[in-house]
Design a binder for this molecule. Structure first.
Ligand code: HEM
Length: 479
């Protein structure tokens, strides 16, 4: 109850702040009207813009159907609105996506809510621009390509097998969503970063991640203040880990295998003076945030689609049985085996198209932008959405139908956007892909499973989450 009162109080304070900024923006709006041709659309109620409609649609997990789609029908693919106190232009369609993504850092920069920035830290990759962004991105992707990617496969296999032995063996029912959250956490920490997961780490991290989109109202006892405390706790935990790693790096005590892992590479960059300790810590936290709910939701929806499409499931099962039969029983998979899982990846992409874990993302105009005869004034937000192309007949025929064969064909750029686009395309794409394929492999070859609630609804929190955690009934396969 106290928690609820805190939440309500946080929202009231947040709305007041939004109102004040909206009054300010209203004043500026009349200036805009005189100077520029703005995109069509409504700025909404005088004080809160269209924020309430946006949140209501988001709560129903119908942000596209109830907010974006009706406005596209009325105003076209590019329209203006006002959200959370900011005048915003929502862009939809391949051409608008291309324009925004290819002008990253030139005309637009990423624009995350203040709570995300405070909890993830000001030094994370999502706040960096230009050369600093390129450097950090290079570090992350270097651990997810070439020889590092090959080395990652057996590590993830190990993590998945241990996870299933520890958390599934002997059980009749497991929560698929919670299970994959724990697994993703472990793969990011142990397989990508090279940090051993200690008890309590996940709980503390989850508290921080949960607050990333909450109103940033920080008074004693508020939800956000508790999330900030969790962030301080994590920073301290990571400071210790980074100090130990620094010692090992400086005294060259680390084995070759560990030296190739992301934390070691970041600490080596810190020793050379290319990164600060804050940058290392903020980026470890950001990676967990970026990987956590996204991968778990993608896997949960993957299984939901398999349950609803038995023909697709039997094709996938055969693909995995073939891969398994070509190996010794205790042999781990190699990158070459994962590459054989072509149909599984087609079907995974199709379920991510229908249920993108990230609705879209905000940018901020850093200059007046001219687009299709309209102006997006400097300082306005720009929101690109995945649904704007994923659910559009122009790009995907019969868009609401689940049809993995769409991905047999080449998909033109800027229409399939679950991983974003341009210089900020998901840096963890390869890890997400391996996590999904390897997890599916071990589950379908080792377990019979069925959904307990086939029609379980999805809630937004604010990322999509299966409302009951997607419990599944499981039984081990005999051979
Ligand atoms: C199915 C799983 C995933 C989905 C759907 C996903 C989606 C996305 C999207 C849409 C963006 C772009 C955001 C924007 O344009 O503002 C992004 C960025 C990012 N993702 Fe992922 N992601 C997933 C998994 C992961 C994993 C496993 C990691 C790494 C451990 C990761 C790390 C990142 C990072 C570091 C960025 C920021 C890139 C930059 O700013 O240059 N993601 N992701």
């Amino acid at each position: 109850m106290a928690l609820e009162i805190n939440n309500v109080l946080s929202w009231v304070l947040f709305c007041l702040a939004a109102m004040i900024s909206t009054i300010f923006l209203k004043h500026r709006k009349s200036c805009y009207r005189m100077k520029w041709k703005l995109p069509p659309g409504k700025m909404g109620l005088r004080l809160v813009g269209e924020t309430l409609e946006f949140y209501k649609a988001q709560r129903n997990n119908r942000l596209f159907e109830e907010f974006v789609e009706p406005r596209i029908a009325k105003y076209g693919k590019v329209f203006k609105t006002s959200l959370m106190g900011s005048p915003t232009v929502v862009v939809n369609g391949a051409e608008a996506n291309r324009f925004i993504f290819s002008n990253e850092f030139k005309l637009v920069i990423s624009s995350w809510p203040s709570s995300s920035v405070q909890l993830m830290g000001r030094n994370s990759i999502m706040e960096k621009q230009g050369d600093q962004h390129r450097f950090l991105r290079g570090l992350v992707t270097s651990c997810l390509s070439g020889a590092s990617l090959e080395a990652l496969v057996p590590k993830i296999c190990n993590a998945v097998r241990l996870h299933l032995d520890k958390n599934w063996l002997g059980k009749d029912v497991v929560s698929l969503y919670r299970s994959t959250k724990l697994l993703t956490f472990t793969t990011v920490f142990e397989c990508l970063l090279g940090i051993n997961v200690e008890p309590q780490m996940l709980g503390t991290f989850e508290r921080v991640v949960e607050g990333a989109f909450a109103p940033p109202i920080n008074f004693p006892g508020s939800k956000f203040s508790r999330e900030k405390k969790a962030r301080v706790k994590i920073s301290k935990m990571l400071e210790k880990i980074v100090a130990e790693k620094r010692k090992a790096t400086e005294s060259s005590l680390e084995g070759e295998e560990k030296r190739d892992m992301l934390l070691s590479r970041m600490v080596a960059a810190m020793v050379r003076g290319d990164l600060t300790e804050e940058e290392v810590i903020d980026n470890v936290i950001l990676l967990v945030f970026a990987a956590h709910d996204t991968t778990s939701f993608a896997i949960a929806m993957r299984f939901k689609m398999l349950a609803q499409h038995p023909h697709c499931y039997s094709t996938i099962l055969q693909e995995h049985v073939d891969v398994k039969n070509a190996k010794e029983p205790s042999e781990k998979l190699a990158l070459g085996d994962v590459k054989k899982m072509e149909y599984t990846w087609q079907a995974a992409r199709e379920s991510i198209r229908l249920f993108p874990p990230i609705f879209g993302s905000f940018r901020k105009a850093v200059a007046d932008i001219e687009y299709e005869g309209f102006t997006i004034p400097k300082g306005w937000k720009v929101l690109w959405t995945a649904y704007g192309t994923h659910y559009n007949e122009e790009y995907f025929q019969d868009p609401l139908r689940f049809d993995p064969s769409r991905f047999e064909e080449f998909i033109p750029p800027y229409i399939f956007l679950p991983f974003g686009g341009g210089p900020r395309t998901c840096a963890g794409y390869q890890l997400a892909k391996l996590n999904i394929l390897i997890f599916v492999h071990y589950v379908v070859t080792r377990y019979n499973w069925s959904l307990i609630h086939p029609n379980e609804s999805i809630t937004m929190d604010p990322l999509p989450v299966p409302s009951k955690g997607m419990p599944i009934k499981i039984s081990p396969k005999l051979s």
